[in-house]
Design a binder for this molecule. Structure first.
Ligand SMILES: [Zn+2]
Length: 484
């Protein structure tokens, strides 16, 4: 037993070594493991269930906003990628190529999709003829391959899972409205389901998607003070429609190119979840996406198998019956204390403890993962109390993350101070920026901070200051941070 207790306690403290803590947590909670190929991970059931919950909740939003799912090929002919040079050059260093099928060398190399604008564009050219065919609002859930040099589970891996929306519209205004609608959908998803507050806005041209007119993103602050891009929405303009000849006859019977968007979120969201909510004891998973929302631990004292266990089984049935994701941990080889630590490490939001005394009193103990707190709850109507507690936990995790984000967002106008804060405290820095990529490059070179987003509502910001780097006037407010 002593050995097992150490196993749980062996995690590196988050406060001591964040990066090591992150890797250990992911492996010890069995979310993911390294595959025998460098830079590729295996998503284990505990991690994959989180992804399934994310998929289900996101897919519902995608469909509620009028989109439908389809599936496009994994392989993209090289000539398709080459049609759009900026796009190709953006992805070329990361593309994996198939050169042989069976025993035959291929006449044309096939790219393993690094993103699907090219292959989908070629199909839209066939499907769209008239304004009556528009808009096309298609999403696909798929895997993506980008040959990464430096990888980290969930945050950057050579193969990952995502959804990619690809839409085509009659007008530029419609495409822009779609781009922003999806961005708001992502923000709402991150905040309501993952309990992660995000900043939304536009990317600088340096950070723009290869081939896009504008890229928008949601950015979150991880608990080590580094930013993470959690989702992107691109207005592609007519860039790809001109290249792939996606034309339609408009209402005046004239030929026009369609206006397009594309947007995506990936398994990176799981990394965001870990880094936003985790603590020294392990994961803390928001109830909305937790594989196990409630774990029931019977306290093994005296004749517990006769007295306590039947009550625990009845509680499990009641909770499961009311739609909750429940696990009864009746394993005999572990002490309750060991189980507490293990489920805490795995981030289960709520633990129900039932001991001999509780059975006599017709009650259970509810222990929350978001804050160190235990409450008694009567067994009568327990499911309702558990649901209420889970709602509180979901809200409390969001509030804690929001507080952290707010405390670590600073308005800075002096470049010296900018450098010091990025070095010592990190976090988001809100500074005025002249819009010149040269200043952006210098800041990145000297501080490793990049522009994460240029937020909306610039007109409501108080009087513009000078560029934090070059002191020129005519600035926009930007969020800077070191980022994953
Ligand atoms: Zn400047």
């Amino acid at each position: 037993m002593a050995k097992e207790e150490r196993f749980v306690k062996q995690i590196t403290l988050k406060s001591e070594d964040f990066s090591r803590w992150y890797l250990e947590i992911i492996r010890k909670t069995e979310m993911a493991d390294y595959a025998p190929i460098k830079g590729i991970m295996v998503i284990r059931p505990y991690g994959y269930t989180i992804w399934e919950n994310i998929q289900r909740l996101m897919d519902r939003r995608i469909k509620e906003t009028g989109h439908v799912n389809a599936y496009f090929p994994l392989f993209i002919p090289e000539s398709f990628l080459k049609k759009e040079m900026e796009h190709l050059e953006g992805f070329a260093p990361e593309v994996a190529w198939v050169t042989q099928g069976g025993q035959e060398l291929l006449e044309e190399r096939l790219a393993v999709r690094p993103t699907s604008e090219a292959i989908i564009g070629s199909m839209y050219a066939k499907w769209i003829q008239s304004y009556r065919d528009l808009p096309v609002l298609i999403n696909q859930w798929a895997n993506i391959v980008r040959w990464e040099k430096v990888t980290r589970p969930f945050l950057r891996t050579t193969e990952f899972l995502w959804q990619e929306g690809h839409t085509a519209h009659e007008t530029a205004e419609e495409a822009q409205a779609e781009t922003i609608k999806v961005l708001h959908m992502y923000k709402d998803f991150a905040e309501a389901e993952l309990a992660i507050p995000v900043i939304e806005g536009r990317k600088s041209s340096r950070e723009r998607f290869a081939g896009a007119t504008e890229t928008y993103a949601i950015e979150a602050l991880m608990s080590d003070g580094k930013a993470l891009q959690m989702g992107t929405s691109h207005n592609l303009g007519q860039h790809f429609s001109q290249v792939f000849d996606i034309r339609f006859e408009d209402r005046e019977q004239k030929q026009q190119f369609v206006w397009q968007t594309s947007w995506g979120v990936s398994t990176r969201l799981i990394g965001a979840l870990v880094m936003t909510h985790g603590d020294d004891s392990g994961l803390r998973i928001p109830p909305q996406v937790a594989p196990i929302q409630v774990v029931i631990v019977p306290i093994s004292l005296g004749n517990w198998k006769e007295s306590v266990l039947p009550v625990a089984v009845a509680v499990e049935e009641e909770l499961r019956g009311s739609g909750l994701r429940v696990r009864l941990d009746a394993r005999e080889e572990f002490t309750p204390g060991w189980k507490f630590s293990e489920w805490e490490m795995r981030g289960v939001p709520l633990r129900v403890e039932i001991g001999p005394k509780d059975v006599k009193e017709n009650r259970a103990v509810l222990a929350r993962r978001d804050i160190p707190r235990k409450d008694f709850a009567g067994l009568e109507g327990l499911a309702q109390q558990v649901k209420k507690a889970l709602q509180e936990i979901q809200a409390s995790l969001y509030d804690q993350a929001l507080k952290f984000q707010q405390e670590n967002t600073r308005n800075i106008s002096d470049y010296q101070e900018f450098k010091e804060v990025i070095e010592a405290k990190r976090g988001f820095i809100r500074s005025w920026w002249c819009g010149d990529g040269a200043c952006e490059d210098k800041i990145k070179e000297e501080t490793m901070a990049t522009i994460r987003v240029i937020p909306f509502g610039q007109e409501t910001q108080e009087g513009a200051g000078d560029c934090v780097y070059c002191r020129r006037k005519g600035c926009e407010l930007a969020y800077f941070a070191r980022a994953y």
